[in-house]
Design a binder for this molecule. Structure first.
Ligand SMILES: C[S@@+](CC[C@H](N)C(=O)[O-])C[C@H]1O[C@@H](n2cnc3c(N)ncnc32)[C@H](O)[C@@H]1O
Length: 261
């Protein structure tokens, strides 16, 4: 164990380098190797010192550059060769980031690791769009779900559990299944006029937030040609983007505003 290096499972937040934690920045600057995902922004990668070894294991939905079952042993091998390995991930490593699988693999092999939480997309992309996840009188429950399943798997989310009043639903990786998601929600009782948003490249210079309603979201997202990474948000709190949105990149176009529908 003492001959093995330590692996730091570090969340880099959703893109804006100013949202890195102090600990994440310190580790990025001092690591021997940085192993990073596709969702880590270019501005954050630019903070890695020249002398540090870099390893891209970037993944896109359906197109895995390096499969997870190769990333786990890669981290183990690197721990045999280097004292400090930073495994850099978008958002938070333990929210749809597979960081827990890496921690489990390393723990089973007695490789020391630390987890450095990052700001997850649900918190940051919404805040940068003027959408609070909770708001007195509007939302006091937050649901976070994944909308991504393998092609041959049904999207078997418990829709009725996600559609209650005074709640906000955030769906990660939901773009390719957006029609199935919005249909599932409405079939479970979510009113079609419920405010909904799709946020693309949240917190980056390409941040774009489309606000709509659940019965129109899918068609408007397709019409706008939105591409991953996209976060979907459903609930009354989306209305607040009308008054609270725009503080980040105020010039960004907002084609549909809930208040105008
Ligand atoms: C594999 S998950 C990783 C989530 C990450 N661990 C987190 O905590 O934010 C990737 C999904 O997160 C969401 N996401 C991450 N960063 C985003 C961003 N900057 N803008 C919009 N959505 C983002 C998208 O739904 C994307 O498909």
């Amino acid at each position: 164990m003492s001959q093995l290096g330590k692996v730091y499972l570090v969340g880099s937040g959703p893109g804006d380098p100013d949202l890195l934690t102090v600990k994440a920045l310190r580790l990025i600057r001092s690591a021997d190797v940085v192993v990073y995902d596709r969702l880590v922004s270019a501005e954050i990668l630019a903070l890695i010192p020249e002398k540090t070894k870099r390893w891209s294991v970037g993944k896109a939905a359906g197109r895995h550059c390096v499969p997870q079952d190769q990333i786990n042993p890669l981290l183990y091998d690197l721990a045999k060769r280097y004292p400090a390995i930073v495994r850099l991930k978008g958002g938070d490593p333990f929210i749809f980031g597979r960081g827990s699988e890496e921690a489990e693999f390393l723990g089973e092999r007695r490789v020391a690791f630390e987890v450095v939480p990052g700001i997850t997309a649900a918190a940051a992309c919404t805040a940068y769009s003027g959408i609070p996840l909770t708001h007195r009188g509007m939302s006091r429950i937050i649901h976070i779900a994944t909308g991504h399943f393998r092609d041959d798997e049904p999207l078997d989310l418990d829709w009725s559990a996600l559609t209650g009043p005074e709640s906000t639903l955030v769906v990660y990786m939901g773009l390719s299944n957006i029609e199935r998601i919005t249909d599932g929600l409405m079939r479970a009782g979510m009113p079609g006029e419920t405010p909904a948003a799709a946020i693309q490249n949240g917190t980056t210079p390409d941040h774009y937030c489309l606000t709509s309603r659940v019965d129109r979201l899918a068609s408007e997202v397709r019409e706008a040609g939105m591409a991953a990474p996209v976060l979907l948000v459903f609930g009354e709190v989306v209305r607040l983007a009308d008054v609270m949105g725009g503080w980040f990149l105020p010039a960004a176009p907002m084609p549909a505003r809930v208040g105008e529908m």
